[in-house]
Design a protein around this ligand. Sequence first.
Ligand code: B3K
Ligand code: ZN
Length: 876
Amino acid sequence: GHIIRLEDYRPTDFAIHHVEMLVRLMEGAAEVVTDITLERRPETSETAPLVLDGDELVLTGLHLNGEPVTAEQFDASPDQLTVRGLPARGRFVLRVETRLSPETNTQLMGLYRSNGVWCTQCEAEGFRRITYFLDRPDVLATYRVRLEADRASAPVLLANGNPMESGELDGSRHFAVWDDPHPKPSYLFALVAGDLDPLEDRFTTASGRNVKLVIFTEKGLSHRATYAMDALKRSMVWDERRFGREYDLDVFNIVAISDFNMGAMENKGLNVFNHKYVLLDPDTATDSDYAGVETVIAHEYFHNWTGNRITCRDWFQLCLKEGLTVYRDQEFSADERSRPVKRISSVHGLKAQQFPEDQGPLQHPVRPTRYREINNFYTATVYEKGAELVRMIETILGAENFRSGMDLYFERHDGEAATIEDFLRCFEEAGDTDLSQFALWYHQAGTPTLTITEQYDGGQLTLILEQDLAKGAAGTGTHPFHMPIRFGLVSRAGEDLAIEPVAGEAEIEGDVIHLTTSRAELVFEVGGERPLVSILRDFSAPVTLRHDQPREARLALAALDPNPFGRWRALTDLTGDMLRSASLSETEGRGATYDPAVIEALCRSASDEALEPALRALMVTLPGEPEIARLIGSEIDPEAIHRARRGALRALAEAGGPEFERLRASLSDGSAPFSADAASAGRRALRAALLPAVAIAQTSAAPLFAEFEQASNMTDRLSAISALVQLFPGSDETRSALDAFYRRFESDALVLDKWFTLQATAPSDGSVEAMERLRQHPKFTLGNPNRARALIGGFASGNQRGFNRADGAGYRWVAEQLGELDRLNPQTAARLATAFRSWRSFDAPRRAAAEAALRDLASRNDLSRDLSDILTRTLG
Ligand code: B3K
Ligand code: ZN
């Protein structure tokens, strides 16, 4: 396929100043008339043709300044429109007419219909599926859009910006006109039309602008949007206080849609959401669903400044808006909920998603330099590692200079399409510092390793820090990074000691070491007692840490590090080591053993009243099977990992069982009404985290089933039924619970997704056969991305044993589904295919089976560019 390269970037030959659109929506078709006001740039040759992008388009009319364009003057194909002989100077208007078929658009890019609702998705290159255009982010224009539709099927007509006029038309039709005064790239264009229910509210900005807020849902569901509305208002306040950013239109609309390729989309003034990230109530949504809604609502809202007011020059700069906006939503959640809990969850997610990507065949720099299909670069590396880089800038500069850098960025680049270089320059100026070495984080792919060696003698502690990017940097360079390493030296009484370096090859500022070389030694005066080294606090750099720390020092830090992140890390390092060696013992047929001191530490953290319950839940949860697999790294044997983890759970149950039961009872909210606040959610999280250890000790599934039946909210219900499915897969109780769950929620799409995922992750031996039965279930469809992800993604990413069955049946089943899904929805198929990214880490029979399944799929000649790009790189 054709490769797009960063080094080939050049501006367009023509500028677009303004766009006027008329969109006529009808049953079975849509007509689009687009008046594009263009101007040849002064540096463009007077004869250069205008070349517009298209994708599966049908041109039905073409006019220049009101006159038909003659056949000799243009060439049109479904994916390109070339017009010659255009004016050498001054503005002109090109009218482009297209005819679309939203009902048959199963890709869900461009204009499509979801449950009868017309909606659009344009990022990254969907606008070209609506009209021919310079469909790239550095072409900014103002838009005025007139929508016409039947009043009965589409009483609500929405587009970007502010509402202007609306009224009746002949027949049963009506119209509405929307005007967006802020110049924007085409990927932020949106329209929605349908029979939707509004949930309305208002917000007054700091400077007094009165904004109407509306969340639209499908009929009868608006009561489920109240938490999303609350999250939106809190986001608006937060962005004013934390970054001085106010909203800039008279209305802010959000629409919840059933069929959506990703989480949500930040279209200017008209965010379109996967309904999963809007609709909630205690009976159908879990606490993590609530947290997810809060995060995504905030994320899309924050894009209004980081993404929309300042956008990207080209798609290579995607992390400019995504990494920065993830950083902003993480900070919002940290401020709204618990900072350490949020940080630990983010790091956990980074290690689970981004690290394997960065260490496998889909590795790429945070700012890539080439791509075949841009939709495949909305990755954990661009988003989550991108956010880590912004966080490191904050650590390096300090909070105050960081804020000045952000202020400068907003002031200098407002209304522009910017680059990572522009962004970094603002922080260099604000912090009066050189970030050229730091910039390597954007360019060099791979997870660096940071190795810490301690030496202690005669009251002096020496830390040797070494960084290495030798492995897996895919030709993007291996120069030393500027790594900010936050640390503490902790006394045996659990206090941070004053940091007094006597000699050092790296600069130390406060509690941050600036490591800029491959190796540095630092010597500290510490007196008679050897301190505990709490290194890489708050995960101040996205690295793999190798710290050959004595076990007793880790146990001590797990109990008393004043930094909560440090406690969590010490404990997870211990459990990780324990499970890693237990798995290796299982593979070799030796009995696994579980270090009683580590089990004891897990029990103690669960009961530690000094810590908030949400943090205790994170500490007592054993690493999942994929996590253990990552710690092993190669020749992975999923069966051994499964047995080892079960063994650890039993050891935990033996040591802590009665105490866990007591704790669970004490944490129960009893008959108090459900509250979604972080403290209540934290208590439920700790109860859920303790449940597997309590349940595994029971000889029957009956107590779990009773817990399932008595649950008064989805969080408790799902934790009980998950434990049933995981620990008692074949039991009557499990079957009854799944049936009861189905009967109660069969008409609720979002809960039904949970039902499919629950079963996709069940550890039964015949999992592939069970998957095929679910695939044939009347409620299953590949046409809805959430449903496809629930079943196929639930299995491929949530059932390590089943997907990686040694006979290859799991791989073949998933590959077959991907082939079928690709014909409908290439983007979702490609996304699900990334589940194969770690295939080389498994043992030889599994590697061979995975490769065969991948090659078989890759050899089909009708694959989309999306899926074939992922497969080629995964195999490459
Ligand atoms: N910007 C969108 C993602 C678009 C994905 C296109 N394949 C949502 C977000 O990151 O906020
Ligand atoms: Zn985003």
